[in-house]
Design a binder for this molecule. Sequence first.
Ligand code: UGA
Length: 423
Amino acid sequence: MNISVIGGGYVGLVTASCFAHLGHMVRVIEIDAGKADLINQGVPPIYEDGLEEILKETSGKNLSAQSHYKGVEDADLIFICVGTPSQDDGAADLSYIVSASESIGAALRGSKKYHVITVKSTVPPGTTESIVIPIVQELLGDGSNGIGFCMNPEFLREGRAVDDFLHPDRIVIGGSSAEAVRVVQEAYKKLDVPVITTSLKAAEMIKYTSNAFLATKISFSNEIGNICKKIGINVYEVMRGVGLDHRINPYFLNAGLGFGGSCFPKDVMALIRLAEKNGEDPVLLKSVIDINERQPGRIVQILNERIGDIRGKKITVLGLAFKDNTDDVRDSRSIPVISELLEHGAVISAYDPMAFESMEKIFPGINYHTNAGDALTGADACLVLTEWPEFSKLNDEFNMMKSRVIIEGRKILSCSDIEGVCW
Ligand code: UGA
């Protein structure tokens, strides 16, 4: 099939390169010409496991990138993969969806071909029907009969997005017509997974609900972990016993500093605002956020209890990214922890396998190191903030500290003389 993907961010680029890997002709429309150039050279502008290999295989063959909309009129299928960041009140900002819809409408004007426009961005229920369809239809006038509309949410975890695309648990397609859904289904036909077809609005809601449910599992585990800590129980043992019940499952039950990243905090807030706008008081979702906001403060509190006044003390922070296998620090739980440490006058040294350059833009004044041993040398205490697997091998490095006070915000270390936020 001939596919155009609007947006070359992590969702757009992974979607485009994986569709090219599946054999389709794919064009990425990325307004940043520098990024489009990199994609054309087979160089991923972001780090994503496995992406470089797929780009090398497809770029210049059946994958190309450009910063204009010429050629979109040849596409059977157009995916909108632009960002939907948060507005000040937490509601989703749909301005990129509006401009992408306008540009697509203008590009398809006069086309006689049947096209399916599919929203992949995470958007509040009703967005495809009330924003995308009317904008495109108005621009196309009478030509709009030749267009189908779908909503096909992504379930791609950063750092594992290529694998999640090629081996999904399910594909959800909400459609304006059976024919539109059939075209999207055709694009995925090489993937042998269940396809759920729904209304447009239900597909949009499935995405928010999935993220909100996963975030709820994490906040629930954190609440149980906080109770466990008070009465001397290891929450990881508890959740192992709980998660083996197949009705619950073992995933996303890891207590600790809470969830960060560009999705869970933003999507749960957007769902809260959507509920409130519709006259609902979403008490559970508000608690999910509330618990999450409190977790970073707990690690600083434990640190205080262990070493007293932290003014002038050297505190080593291991892990800056919002999770392992990424250089992304957006809404990372390490940000509120570092802010609070700095407020209390700590001298911070930090190590992260990938994210120190991103964090340097936020905290230019702290000491960044290229390995854990250097960061730990002479430290009064160490806080572990990201679940990087390489931290599990650390042990002797902690002997370089002035005093071996180690507090974990993620359960990742294997040495025994440590304390955790929730356990
Ligand atoms: C999340 C979802 O998992 C994807 O399915 C979804 O497509 C994506 O958002 C999105 O909406 O685009 P992502 O934000 O990349 O993916 O990362 P996750 O692996 O879900 O982790 C999110 C946060 O939860 C991280 O800070 C992680 O440390 C934390 N977490 C995760 C926990 O605190 N405990 C857990 O048990 C699991």
